[in-house]
Structure formats: C-alpha cells, structure tokens
Design a binder for this molecule. Sequence first.
Ligand SMILES: Cc1cc2nc3c(=O)[nH]c(=O)nc-3n(C[C@H](O)[C@H](O)[C@H](O)COP(=O)(O)OP(=O)(O)OC[C@H]3O[C@@H](n4cnc5c(N)ncnc54)[C@H](O)[C@@H]3O)c2cc1C
Length: 385
Amino acid sequence: MAYELNHPDIRDAVARLCADFPGDYWRKLDREQAYPAEFVAALTQSGYLGALIPEEFGGSGLGISAAAAILEEVHRSGGNAAACHAQMYTMGTVLRHGSAEQKEKYLPSIASGALRLQAFGVTEPTSGTDTSALKTTARRDGDDFVINGQKIWTSRAAHSDLMLLLARTTPREQVAKRTDGLSVLLIDMRDADPAALTIRPIRAMINHATTEVFFDNLRTPAASLVGAEGKGFRYILSGMNAERILIAAECIGDAKWFIEKATRYARERVVFGRPIGQNQGVQFPIANAYARMRAAELMLREATRLYELGQNPGEEANLAKMLAAEASWAAAEACLQTHGGFGFAEEYDIERKFRETRLYQVAPISTNLILSFIAEHVLGMPRSY
Ligand SMILES: Cc1cc2nc3c(=O)[nH]c(=O)nc-3n(C[C@H](O)[C@H](O)[C@H](O)COP(=O)(O)OP(=O)(O)OC[C@H]3O[C@@H](n4cnc5c(N)ncnc54)[C@H](O)[C@@H]3O)c2cc1C
C-alpha cells in the first residue's frame, strides 16, 4: 500500500491562505496579545481544522500526515497555529471514546467550526507534570457532576465553547493505581454559571491565549462524561501520539522558516566587502540546523506512517517531537545570530518566532519527560519517578 505523506496540493493551498496573513499581522497581535480571529476564521472556512474528523461527521476524513502538512505550512509561512491547532485534535478523545450520541451531537458542529472544542484542561498549578496528582474533583450529585478546583495554562479557554477536562472522580486513596479514578468530561462552557467558572488570561512570553481556570461548584450534566468513569487518564494518553506528531510538524515548519530566512540574509548581507554567508562561521550553524531539521523530519515521517497504519508509534512520535523541537531551536539560534543586531528588531519577526519556538521544549510535554519515556519504555530502564 502506498502512502502519500507529503500532500503538496494541501501545502500549496495553505501557503496561499497564509500569504494573506503576513508578518505585520502577527506582529500587531503579538504586541497586543490578541487572538488571530481572522486567521482562525480563514482556516476554519477552508475546512482545514476539520481535517481529522471522519466524513460521516462532516469532516474531511484525512490522515494525520495531512493535518501535519497543514500545521507545518502555517509555521513555515511565519505564522503560528497555536491559536487553533487544538480544534483539530482535541475532538479525538470524543471520537475514540465518546458515545454515539456525543459524536452525533458535537462532531459535525466542530467540523464546520460552528462549535469550538479547543480547550484542554489537564495541567494544574500544584501537580505539574505529575498528572495523576491533580486535585480538581468532579463529584456526582443527582444528574450532574459538580466540579471544584483549578487548572493552569488552559490555552484558548476564552475562545472555546467546549472544554475537555480531566478531573478526579474517585479519591486517590480509594483506587488501586494512582492513574485510576480520573475521568474526562466534555464541558459546555456556554451553559456555565459565570459565578462557578472563571477564566483569567495569563500574560506570557508568547501570544498564546493561555489562561487559568477556576471551578467553584460548576455543575455539568452527567452526560458530559466521556467514556467510562475513572478511565480518563488512559483516554488522554491515547491522544498523545497525535498531539506529539502535530506539534513536531509545527516545529519543522518553524525550523524551515528560520533556515530560509537565515540563508537568504547570509547571502545578501555584505560586511568586510563580502557576503557574511561566505564565512564558515556563519554557514555552519545554519547547515547544522538544516541537518537536524532533516533528521527530525524523517522521524516525523516515520511516526506519521506508522500512525496511519493504525499502529501505536509512541517511540517515534515522542522522538519526532523532541528532535523537531531541538531542531527548531537550533534554527532559531542560527537565524538570530546570522542577523546580528537586526535579529532583535521586531519588524524582522525573528525575535517573535524565537520566543514562540522555545515553548516546544516545555509544552505540551517537556523534553525531560520524553527522555524519561524513552529510557523506561523503549530502553527498559527503571522508572525514575
Ligand atoms: C504556553 C503554554 C501553553 C500550555 N497549554 C496547555 C493546555 O492547553 N492544557 C494543559 O493542560 N496544559 C498546558 N500547558 C502546560 C504544559 O503542558 C506544562 O507546562 C508542561 O507539561 C510542564 O509542566 P509544568 O509547567 O507543571 O512543569 P513541572 O512539572 O513543574 O516541571 C518543571 C521542570 O521540571 C522538569 N521535571 C519535572 N519532573 C521531572 C522528572 N521526574 N524528571 C526530570 N525532569 C522533571 C520538567 O521537565 C520541567 O522542565 C501549557 C504550558 C504553556 C507554557
């Protein structure tokens, strides 16, 4: 069976769309920490955000490689897909584990963009990466769950209708495994009592529409539960490979943007009577970043290939995400250094992309935790935490 992983037509079309959103569009938003509503609307109207939703629910029914191509091109154009990438993949938990009624009710509207499901509440201030230690609770009360607690870094919550929430439904001391007793709830924030749900934007180093969310006796119908009660942790894990692959694609797009920009400047900028790119000291960091990008891109291809074969490419998806994040950072460094002082000028977009691409070594999963995964699950060393 032949696999088309490159999707040149999709790439061309996304690049054309992105040409309408040049650097000054993103710069202005970055300055104001504002949401790229016009860009998100354009991606939505063109159907790209419904790429992974099966055709029977109104989406395009494309594979993960097509979604990766879309996100890579957004980043390669100098833009940033973080404002809406989660609209593509958060629904995967509903698709894989939701009831027939939930899929019928939500997926067609998510596919059309009429409904936004792009907030994903897992991280909490006190538990951090140790997800099973999270403290937000969902207690059953009649036909409702009552939610109490706090999430942090819940990106796009203020630009989403629905939130996928991981909360504890059985106290940790009453479960055999600490990852048991956690449940996934699909919360309709439009119905929420404003006194019970508070969303506060967090001003951050990058323009990411990220927030902290407070739940104070928020009631949500029992029908909000996705899948079986207490099995939420494994449902969240089952979506991780897709997220790792798509974030890796964004990193590859960033790396290509930095490398193209650095290369062009190195050819054109003349100092001491010759192009700076004639000096090996300028060439080598760019060539090195290119080599790292290409290696990461191959790992990403392998992860998408296995994913589309229906396998569980935990190793490849994690490696692709880590290598791509490192490659984009190496490319950012090389690009900034090549531009000298001009790299710091806002109008070149380098300082903005430099800040943006640094995120990927911390979120959605930090590099250390990927290394721990490889050490334990691939190399068979003892669990370290
Ligand atoms: C801009 C942004 C957007 C985000 N969006 C979302 C979102 O939409 N939804 C959501 O749920 N979360 C989101 N996050 C949270 C993100 O997933 C976490 O920040 C990330 O997983 C790291 O968790 P933490 O910040 O709590 O760090 P901590 O867990 O406190 O870790 C701090 C540092 O210690 C290291 N560390 C911790 N434990 C170990 C260990 N055992 N071994 C080695 N090193 C270790 C980590 O690698 C990290 O470098 C976002 C974060 C940011 C910054």
